[in-house]
Design a protein around this ligand. Structure first.
Ligand code: NAD
Length: 356
């Protein structure tokens, strides 16, 4: 099968592409316009494969997207291209409206016209898989409540509102036009190749260079963490075995307060990198509480029993094993993150802020 992966040069998209090339016989066509978050160095491991192809295309560009469908004739679409950083969505929502809403609409229309003209067998097998977030559900107040596939949408940030809009568009294209779609809503991912504006890589990289470790408010916000390679396996499982029209929540059952995540990284670094930057006696001493983000959601936690039960997927990593692998990966892949920090990877030079 040939799978068109939008956003395949991003954090999760590149994990999906690596998974497909390394663990299956399928072909991958990456469609990515390479914003600051797109990094072809994340695909270096697999880009020599003759089952890998790349097209630098913006999903908002309908003629270019039509041309990609016609030329490559994919059997499935996995749609991950998005603006994904909550803080950026607060500072400048327009790119989020453009890519996440207009881009998804454009891709849906291109996919629909392509799909309508397919021969019967290929038409029946075609899938459009939309990858979304648990942030569309808003946040949870009680400590024992979990998001399920039927939880009402209540997004808080421009990012989550734009993702909620795209989810509704995808479901409407199924109901109205019969496009064979699947939707997944996942909790916070972490792991290798994570862009250093996000909490976990930011904390690791700041700590090893002796910089402050910014924590929003008291750090009491709770997130449910999933190792990115577990997410990539779940997504492949859904696109190949999920039921058309269904939504699957994906999570790791790893709820942690942000402050505990930061403390865990500090302790792992104490163990793995005992020679500290000048003037630092313990990494924890670098923690600095900063003014909380406006509208910050307090707790997300996901019930993923449907995908466990119906598709047999479950995470392989615990938070303890996944965070250890992640810290080790950043310590051993300085060239990758150095190129991101100095802007030489292909995107722009960045002033990085934390986000989860
Ligand atoms: P990312 O920001 O790392 O990557 C996004 C990719 O999309 C980049 O390669 C970028 O170049 C590309 N892109 C952006 N705009 C584009 C456009 N207009 N046309 C073509 N390509 C474009 O994001 P990520 O963290 O890998 O997230 C991928 C998807 O998963 C997103 O849809 C996000 O909402 C969703 N998601 C993310 C998380 C998480 O924790 N990171 C959790 C749940 C769901």
């Amino acid at each position: 099968m040939k799978i068109l992966v939008t956003g395949g040069a991003g954090f999760i998209g590149s994990a999906v592409v690596r998974h497909i090339i390394k663990e299956t016989q399928d072909q991958v066509l990456v469609v990515d316009c390479l914003t600051y978050a797109g990094n072809l160095e994340s695909l270096a491991d697999v880009s020599q494969s003759d089952r890998y192809h790349f097209e630098q295309v913006n999903i908002c560009d309908r003629p270019a997207v039509d041309e990609v469908f016609l030329r490559h004739q994919p059997d499935a679409v996995m749609h991950l291209a998005a603006e994904s950083h909550v803080d950026r969505s607060i500072d400048g929502p327009s790119a989020f409206i453009e890519t996440n809403i207009v881009g998804t609409y454009t891709l849906l229309e291109a996919a629909r016209h392509y799909w309508m003209n397919l021969a019967d067998k290929k038409k029946a097998a075609f899938r459009f898989h939309h990858i979304s977030t648990d942030e569309v559900y808003g946040d949870l107040n009680s400590t024992d409540e979990l998001f399920t596939e039927t939880t009402a949408y209540a997004p808080s940030s421009p990012y989550s509102a734009s993702k909620a809009s795209s989810d509704h568009l995808v479901r409407a294209w199924h109901r109205t036009y019969g496009l064979p779609i699947l939707v997944t809503n996942c909790s916070n991912n972490y792991g290798p190749f994570h862009f250093p504006e996000k909490l976990i890589p930011l904390i690791i990289l700041n700590a090893i260079s002796g910089k402050k470790l910014p924590v929003y408010g008291d750090g009491g916000q709770i997130r449910d963490w999933l190792y990115v390679e577990d997410h990539a396996r779940a997504l492949y499982c859904v696109v190949t075995s999920g039921l058309v029209g269904e939504t699957y929540n994906i999570g790791g059952h790893n709820e942690r307060r942000n402050i505990d995540v930061v403390m865990t990284i500090c302790r792992l670094l104490d163990e793995m990198k005992p020679v500290k930057p000048v003037g630092v006696s313990q990494y924890e001493d670098l923690i600095m509480h900063v003014t909380d983000r406006p509208g910050h959601d307090l707790r997300y936690a996901i019930n993923s029993s449907k995908i466990f039960r119906e598709l047999g997927w479950k995470p392989q990593e615990t938070f303890e094993s996944g965070i250890r692998k992640t810290v080790e990966w950043y310590l051993n892949h300085q060239t990758w993150w150095q190129h991101v920090l100095d802007g030489s990877y292909c995107g722009e030079r960045l002033g990085l802020n934390q986000s989860v």
